[in-house]
Design a binder for this molecule. Structure first.
Ligand code: F6P
Length: 347
């Protein structure tokens, strides 16, 4: 029996660990594993694929990115007849089941293909940690580690120059990276999409911090936060693609005006997605890969592997496309931040 594995959407530290685990566990179940290149793009015409073996996936556990490449291709959107092309190619390639590793878009496609008869299992991934159905996604720990290190590094230079430094981090729907790195890095202000902010609240906090004798301030802001005019700041990239990004700069300028402080802005961007996965992301990704193959071997499809209550479990694949999992403004994380005297922008 032959199974296929693919990685779709933005890359994420830990993808290679999943691929490696799928191959190793597949071998134990006597399954041949085919790697599909470039996400769903690799199942359109002409298909892009390669056989994966223990040898060809050796030495990839600690590598960032994905050896299979990735794309944001959605065969239900483009080209016309794309989903039928995928079905045809899976049949022609003699693939019995698919492991789709991705975020909401990739797993949304997987869910639809499942209803069309494809035997499919999903593996959730995103550095943003915002997928529903799972307490944790791999890549998040690595991203938070990188963002925390950045906030640490910004500390000394902010202090030396008596500056307000704004650090913009990723998080398309949620403030998980911002809250974790901001708290771990000792930020003064953390802004997240879940909590609307006012300039008055941030300015009052920075002034209070000054009165307390601290002559600098660190502000961590999630990319999807609305600016003071209520707009989310987006970037149109050359070569295609529209993402969030830029709120840091508009906020920095507004803060300079409001506080009179010298202000600098750092946008971490894709630095958060690069590099080696942390040990915990490697473990989580490996556990997800093993469980995904076990589901296939047991004939359980339309499931997504997930992490809940300290264990790998599986949930209906359709859960992945429910509303994103956001930071609870009244939850323990935010209460802790407030207990530390951190301003969340709302007073
Ligand atoms: O979903 C993960 C994510 O890293 C978001 O935080 C960010 O907005 C987006 O991907 C960036 O995507 P791209 O790879 O298209 O620049």
């Amino acid at each position: 029996m032959k199974i296929a594995v693919l990685t779709g959407g933005g890359d994420c530290p830990g993808l290679n660990a999943v691929i490696r685990a799928v191959v190793r566990r597949g071998e134990q179940h006597g399954l041949e594993v085919m790697g599909v290149r470039e996400g769903w793009r690799g199942l359109l015409d002409p298909p892009l694929h390669e056989r994966l073996t223990r040898e060809s996936t050796s030495g990839i556990l600690h590598l960032g990115g994905t050896i299979l490449g990735t794309s944001r291709t959605n065969p239900f959107k483009k080209p016309p007849g794309g989903s039928e092309m995928v079905l045809r190619n899976l049949k022609a390639l003699n693939v019995s089941a698919v492991v789709a590793i991705g975020g909401e878009d990739t797993l949304g496609v997987a869910t639809k293909l499942g209803t069309m008869g494809v035997n499919i299992v999903g593996v959730p991934k995103t550095i943003d940690n915002d997928l529903s159905g799972t307490d944790l996604t791999f890549g998040f720990d690595t991203a938070v580690t990188i963002a925390t290190e950045a906030v640490d590094r910004l500390h000394s230079t902010a202090e030396s120059h008596k500056r307000v430094i704004v650090c913009e981090v990723m998080g398309r729907h949620a403030g998980w990276i911002a809250t974790h790195s901001g708290m771990a890095g000792g930020a003064d202000v953390i802004l997240i999409p879940e909590i609307p902010y006012t300039m008055e609240a941030i300015t009052a906090h920075i002034e209070k911090v000054r009165r307390q004798g601290r002559n600098f301030a660190l502000v961590v802001v999630a990319e999807a936060v609305k600016d003071h005019a209520g707009q989310r700041v987006r970037q149109q990239h050359s070569g295609g693609g529209l993402t969030y990004g830029g709120i840091g700069h508009s906020l920095g300028a507004a803060l300079a005006r409001a506080t009179g402080a010298e202000t600098r802005v750092t946008v971490l961007g894709h630095v958060q997605r690069g590099s080696q996965p942390s040990w915990s992301d490697r473990l989580l990704a490996s556990a997800f890969g093993v469980h995904a193959v076990d589901l296939i071997a047991n004939g359980k499809f339309d499931r997504m592997v997930a992490w809940q209550n300290r264990a790998v479990v599986d949930v209906p694949l359709s859960e992945a496309i429910l509303a994103p999992q956001q930071v609870d403004p009244g939850g323990a994380l935010v209460r802790t931040a407030r207990g530390l005297g951190i301003c969340l922008g709302d007073g």
